[in-house]
Design a protein around this ligand. Structure first.
Ligand SMILES: Cc1cc2nc3c(=O)[nH]c(=O)nc-3n(C[C@H](O)[C@H](O)[C@H](O)COP(=O)(O)OP(=O)(O)OC[C@H]3O[C@@H](n4cnc5c(N)ncnc54)[C@H](O)[C@@H]3O)c2cc1C
Length: 421
């Protein structure tokens, strides 16, 4: 990792401080101040846990531009018709009532010397500890012919809300026998089974509403998460509808033309009706602005999610480069609890428990046909390291698959309550 002089000073000073003097609070403020940027799976959880568990001993400010957070998790189920958009929308009112100072604005700058975060609307917020959980942004030029100005013609729907609604509207408007194309992302990206659960949900919708329609997936990868389970499910439920073109068949050699609505895969141009472009990803831009990224992601210490570049800045969830955990909401929520515990310990001297992490990713293939993959993890000096894992098997009974889907429903209710209170 390349460290500039400022990073070096920040790291050295912080390491020395943790060995000697108690923390000096910014501006001589009476209470320690934690600022959290991003009110998603990582940020909302961290803000809520620090406010709740410190019982007023720490001032917590959450900076989040949107007033409603639409979960990417279960947004595919919305596309498939299993959920309404209202089912996946959550407000920040309970967090505010729980003592979190919720500021609806964009964080646009981080001054690591003054320890302040500046806001798009003007002004700045001081911090003693800063937690960044901004999710993802897209790598410029990742898919030839596509940029953010084309996201209305060719939606990504990899940030939920209006993009999910747009993709659903396009799906519903497809002509009889039309073509739905997906450009899948390269590793690493948010939610490894996400694109393939989406293919399943789109196929479910089309089977019921437009059964002669076709789905083409251009994929730069030779294999993907839960591949055998998805391929079995696609053969069982959607035979002949899905054409997955992997790396071996030129799936990574793709360009799109949003005006002409064409997709060119390995030199072959196809006119399509809907094109879901999911470009390569990187950490949300504020992590880069704060100077804590190295390449596309922010390297962190597994024990507490503090960044390698600055011991007072923590990065959670998708934006972090942490080791073995997938970029999922479950992971971000799990990392947030470890981080909240460590931050509270550093600021108030409360007990810090050993870092343990867990994750499960469920995917719905068709009605009551749910599959899952998961693991537990621990912190090592190098990374968050996988300890053991499990995955659904091909050929499972319908009862087991139904139970797996019901488990995912319980998880959704649990995690959203854990995030927002
Ligand atoms: C289709 C799809 C399906 C998925 N399904 C699942 C699933 O079933 N299970 C699962 O566990 N995960 C799933 N995921 C992944 C999951 O949504 C993400 O991994 C998770 O949301 C990451 O949490 P985060 O806190 O890193 O980012 P996010 O939850 O995206 O939160 C980031 C927040 O930061 C805010 N923000 C960004 N920049 C700034 C800034 N400069 N200032 C202030 N705020 C800012 C954003 O507005 C946003 O609210 C899915 C993802 C997709 C796309």
């Amino acid at each position: 990792m390349k460290l500039n002089r400022r990073h070096f000073i920040g790291t050295t000073a912080a390491a020395t401080a943790s060995l000697s003097a108690p923390m000096v609070l910014a501006d001589g403020h009476a209470k320690p101040r934690v600022v959290v940027v991003g009110g998603g799976a990582g940020g909302a959880t961290a803000a809520r846990y620090i406010a709740k568990d410190s019982k007023g001993a720490i001032d917590v400010t959450l900076i989040e531009p949107t007033r409603m957070y639409y979960t990417c998790f279960f947004s595919n189920l919305y596309l498939g018709g299993f959920k309404d958009i209202e089912d996946i929308g959550h407000s920040y009112g309970s967090l505010a009532a729980g003592g979190v100072n919720v500021v609806h604005d964009w964080a646009v700058g981080v001054d690591r010397d003054a320890k302040t975060v500046s806001l798009a609307g003007g002004g700045s917020v001081p911090y003693d500890k800063l937690i960044l959980s901004p999710g993802i942004d897209f790598v410029d030029g990742a898919v030839e012919g596509w940029d953010l100005s084309a996201q209305n013609a060719m939606p990504h729907a990899y940030k939920a809300g209006s993009q999910s609604e747009l993709l659903k509207a396009q799906l519903m408007a497809m002509p009889e026998g039309g073509i739905f194309a997906m450009v899948a992302p390269p590793n690493p990206y948010r939610c490894p089974p996400g694109p393939y659960e989406r293919v399943s949900m789109v196929a479910h919708f089309l089977k019921n509403n437009n059964p002669t329609a076709k789905i083409i997936v251009a994929d730069p990868k030779p294999k993907f998460s839960k591949m055998a389970l998805f391929q079995e499910g696609w053969a069982n439920h959607y035979e002949g509808m899905i054409d997955w073109i992997g790396e071996d068949f030129g799936g990574g050699n793709v360009s799109v033309d949003p005006n002409a609505m064409t997709v060119t895969i390995d030199g072959e141009e196809t006119k399509v009706d809907v094109c879901n472009v999911i470009p390569a990803m990187k950490a949300g831009r504020i992590a880069e602005i704060a100077g804590v990224t190295d390449g596309n992601w922010a390297p962190v210490n597994a024990v507490d999610m503090s960044t390698k570049a600055d011991a007072d800045i923590y990065v959670l969830g998708d934006a972090s480069q942490q080791g073995d955990m997938p970029k999922s909401g479950f992971s971000a929520n799990s990392q947030a609890k470890v981080c909240a515990n460590a931050v509270r310990g550093a600021l108030t001297g409360s007990k810090v428990f050993p870092a343990r992490f867990s994750n499960t990713c469920w995917s719905l293939i068709d009605t009551n046909d749910g599959v899952k993959v998961g693991a537990s993890y621990e912190a090592t000096d190098e990374k968050i390291a996988k300890v053991d894992g499990f995955i659904s098997q091909t050929g499972e009974s319908a009862d087991l698959r139904k139970a797996t889907y019901e488990e995912s429903e319980g998880w959704y209710a649990g995690i959203t309550a854990d995030m927002f209170g």
